[in-house]
Design a protein around this ligand. Structure first.
Ligand SMILES: Nc1ncnc2c1ncn2[C@@H]1O[C@H](COP(=O)(O)OP(=O)(O)OP(=O)(O)O)[C@@H](O)[C@H]1O
Length: 327
């Protein structure tokens, strides 16, 4: 199947100001050689501890990194006319890609809405901008219904919306331009459990309607208790993907020690904290950053990438996985 968005070797560096003039400045290695595909109708969950580079990836794909960022690699959007997102001029990103083909569901729905305007006025404005030709009121009502909202609720101000309603409004806003790709950046952060589950179900519906969804989250527990929330899983650590594969297979049979340790840190896994802390990204170690943190965790070949069937993992081959063919 052709991916809607094919990301290859996406690398983001942030050069920082040197402490002294003429001295070389530190460089933040925020993302390193990250590759994944987003497919229509599928949810890829991207998980990892805070600071692992998840949001930087989303910002790179939306062309929203600061001008000082150095970005290399490729992100080919092919659901419509092909666009190389990382090389596209700012004007093309602003007028043809952002909101129209790749949309963002931001963290913290309530605060991302303008407090002094009703949800309807914000949604109709998005429709006028992103879907010119459509009747704003009728389309806003249709988007509300698609996001599971009563259209009457659109006439409320953000402070009159419950957390769940606000979440649905931001999903409706993201769908206003009928995008091929939806990037949801920590959409469940700070929500209670029922609302987390409802948000995941809503994003599932968005994918089932044909979008390719990237779900960025550190809530591995929610993925574990909600089978079907994600089709595929990518595990990120210190700017690199350490493991990818079908979500169920990775959760049931993790191949990388980091994935196993993340699962072990959950209540269902025994609440075993991961010792140590992620490395400073201004000074990432050579080879595998995770086994530097946890040398006792298992064998490591220095972070080499191994692929087998639909799965990949760094640090050692994947022979133990059922039915996969090393390549
Ligand atoms: N504009 C910037 N300049 C310098 N460093 C940055 C910038 N933006 C992000 N970083 C650094 O890039 C790294 C990755 O950050 P990012 O926000 O992507 O992590 P994350 O995995 O999304 O974490 P969280 O779950 O806490 O949001 C961090 O070390 C962060 O400090």
């Amino acid at each position: 199947m052709t991916p809607t968005l094919a990301v290859r070797d996406l690398t983001v560096r942030f050069p920082l100001r040197p402490a002294r003039r003429r001295a070389p400045g530190p460089v933040v290695h925020a993302a390193t050689e990250v590759s994944f595909d987003l497919h229509p109708g599928r949810v890829l969950a991207l998980v990892g501890e805070s600071g692992s580079g998840k949001s930087v990836l989303a910002s790179a794909l939306l062309g929203l990194l600061p001008a000082t960022a150095v970005v290399t690699g490729s992100a080919l959007l092919t659901g419509g006319p092909p666009v190389e997102v990382l090389a596209a001029p700012t004007r093309v990103l602003g007028t043809q890609v952002r909101g129209r083909r790749i949309a963002l569901v931001p963290q913290s729905a309530a605060t991302s809405l303008t407090p002094v305007r009703t949800a309807r006025s914000q949604l109709e404005e998005a429709v006028r901008e992103l879907a010119p030709g459509a009747d704003p009121r009728a389309r806003a009502d249709a988007l509300a219904e698609r996001a599971g909202l009563d259209p009457g609720d659109l006439d409320r101000f953000p402070h009159q919306l419950s957390g769940g309603m606000a979440q649905r409004v931001v999903v409706a806003l993201a769908l206003a331009g009928d995008p091929e790709v939806v990037l949801a950046d920590e959409p469940t952060a700070g929500l209670d459990r029922p609302l987390v589950d409802r948000t995941l179900a809503l994003l599932r519906e968005v994918a089932d309607a044909g979008c390719a969804v990237l779900l960025i989250t550190h809530d591995l527990g929610a993925l574990l208790r909600t089978p079907g929330a994600a089709d595929d899983l990518a595990v990120m650590y210190a700017g690199r993907l350490l493991e990818t594969g079908p979500a169920r297979a990775v959760l049931d049979e993790p191949a990388h020690d980091y994935t196993r340790d993340l699962l072990g840190a959950l209540p269902a896994g025994g609440l075993v904290p991961i010792p140590g802390a992620p490395p400073e990204l201004t000074d990432p170690p050579d080879g595998c950053a995770y086994h530097r943190r946890r040398p006792d965790a298992g064998a490591c070949d220095g972070g080499r990438l191994h692929a087998a069937g639909s799965r990949s993992a760094r640090c050692r081959p994947l022979p133990a996985l059922v039915g996969v063919r090393p390549c």
